[in-house]
Design a protein around this ligand. Sequence first.
Ligand SMILES: [Zn+2]
Length: 454
Amino acid sequence: MVQIIDILSSYKNQKLILQNLKKSQEWNQKKLEEFQYNLLLNLLYHSYNNVPYYNEIFDKLNLKPSDIKSIKDFRKLPFLTREIVMKNQGEIKAKNFPKQKFELKTTGGTTGEPLSFYIEKGKWIANHMAYNRIFMERAGYNRRNKTISILGMKKESKYHPIFRTLELSSFYITDKPDDYIKKIRGFKPKYIISYPSAIAFLSKYILEEDIDKIKNIKGIFCHGESLYSWEIEYIKNAFNCGIFDIYGHGEKSVIAATCEKSYNYHIFPEYCIVELIDNKGNIVSEEGKIGELVVTGLHSHIFPFIRYKTGDLGVYSKDYCECGREYPIVKSIIGRINEFLVTKNGKLIHLIKINQFIAENSLHIKKWQLTQEKEGILLLLIITNEKFSEDDLIKIKDNFDKTYSKDFDLKIIKVNKIIQTGSSKHHFLIQKLPVERIYDKKIIRKNNECYSLF
Ligand SMILES: [Zn+2]
């Protein structure tokens, strides 16, 4: 009984948030900033009064929330890191919430040690459904449209009649995914929601095996992993439709999404504040420069994440998008710091560049994964189809050496299976070197070739 009441109230909340988002996406920058600032002040007063960790920080700095009159003042507050959260978990819990409202969450350990924190029970479903909905409406979505989702479900497939959605688990996609393609074709969806690696893999298979294309898809929504430009190419060529990406994280302190006009990430100022910082902690404000995303969740009062270092990198831009929304833009979000590879002389090159190379040379390769244990040495595991020959192997090796022999020695091994770590997402890199520590010490060159794609 309680559950039905919860669902109804969650639906009501979702509708209200969605209505408000429809209005606020039309606001100009000034109005959005005022709105955002009021949410921030509310969060800061609350944190000062109810959260021991932040109360101590304000006191140490001899500040009161009323002293924070601008974003410049806000920057007097220190960064919050994963390590600080881990050490101060009890102190970051707000004292004015009842016990039953705290829900413990742990983020996956694929990018470092798992992180535990709290979210407010019952609050987020409505919130995220509303943000997801407004994101999907950018592609013309409405609830009557049939949709396929390819995410990390435990069950192989499940149909939800209310949402007209067929869920297929990415976990069971085999190297010959004809059954998945048949299921998608048979269901006749208008939209697909997927991990980018899963839909890019299916797209590559459709293109290389010359399978009849699945027609009439109006949009593909990517979730949960970095979306690479070469993946966009595969998906676009196989499905000939708009591709959209949404970025967020379990800490509920950032949401940004691409739109109908560009692959730039539009930050939702109704939800969060995003700053970009360089590896010395300075604010990045130069067009095209890369920085780490530092985020403040404006609705996570139960366990506030204020100026939280995400470990994700983005490209700064002052631009507005031609879609007309005056939301702040991050030009691209290029994944996590530990998606870097370390060259023979200790330079950092982003995985994106090597992945792009493999994608371009990947005829007859179905899946791949890189492992790095030593500086300048890469191990590439590949799963191939039956057309793959010794000549293909030599060609990849030669092409790689032409460009990268000064940076890496590459060893390629053919395998039958690539082991996933922990979740059903595909990891293109198993990085065993302490890249985050190396990154902190080095200045990544502004025009580093690893960003030439953007
Ligand atoms: Zn736009």
